[in-house]
Design a protein around this ligand. Structure first.
Ligand SMILES: [Zn+2]
Length: 176
């Protein structure tokens, strides 16, 4: 699946629920999509799971990880649900401490793996381009300034590294 398509799907979801406030209420979105969310003892090396049984979806997240990480995990599992499993009656996704960062492929025909797709979905829904541009402008943030970058990440309730990769993928921040 192309990154552009994933961006479009997340915008449609955000528009459907008229979400304009920050931080993006990802749990609320997942619940509205029919998913149940629960803290779950997954073992220390598992960040999250998506279970679909008899057409009903359940997201389990690891409560011992940081809050921003939990949010990203829930967004990632929602990505699997929206992009990969919606029509399935039963499916199981188990995510071991996956990396938050991903790079967009330069080639416009570059297809992404499912894990990269779920990460792209998570980044796009937690940090919508439109809201990012608006906040950067309103706050007069200088993205080369570490304090500003941290403040921006805080507004969106994401980690600084997730924010940095998102800004690079959107070409709002130049790659190192
Ligand atoms: Zn995954």
């Amino acid at each position: 699946m192309l990154n552009k398509r994933i961006e479009k799907i997340t915008i449609q979801i955000l528009d459907e629920y008229k979400i304009n406030e920050l931080p993006v209420p990802v749990n609320e979105i997942a619940i509205k999509r029919g998913l149940e969310i629960k803290a779950y003892d997954l073992g220390e090396d598992v960040s999250g799971v998506l279970v679909i049984k008899d057409g009903l979806g359940f997201i389990g997240y690891n409560p011992t990880e940081s809050k921003v990480r939990q949010r990203f995990t829930i967004a990632h599992e929602l990505g699997h649900y929206e992009l990969h499993n919606k029509q399935n009656e039963s499916a199981l996704f188990v995510d071991k401490q996956f990396k938050v960062e991903f790079r967009n492929q330069d080639s416009s025909t570059g297809e992404m793996s499912r894990e990269r797709e779920a990460n792209a979905f998570a980044a796009a829904i937690l940090m919508p381009e439109k809201l990012l541009v608006k906040e950067i402008k309103n706050h007069h943030f200088e993205l080369s300034d570490d304090d500003n970058l941290q403040e921006l990440a805080k507004l969106f309730n994401v980690s600084v590294s997730a924010m940095t990769f998102r800004l690079m993928n959107l070409k709002l921040l130049s790659q190192y």
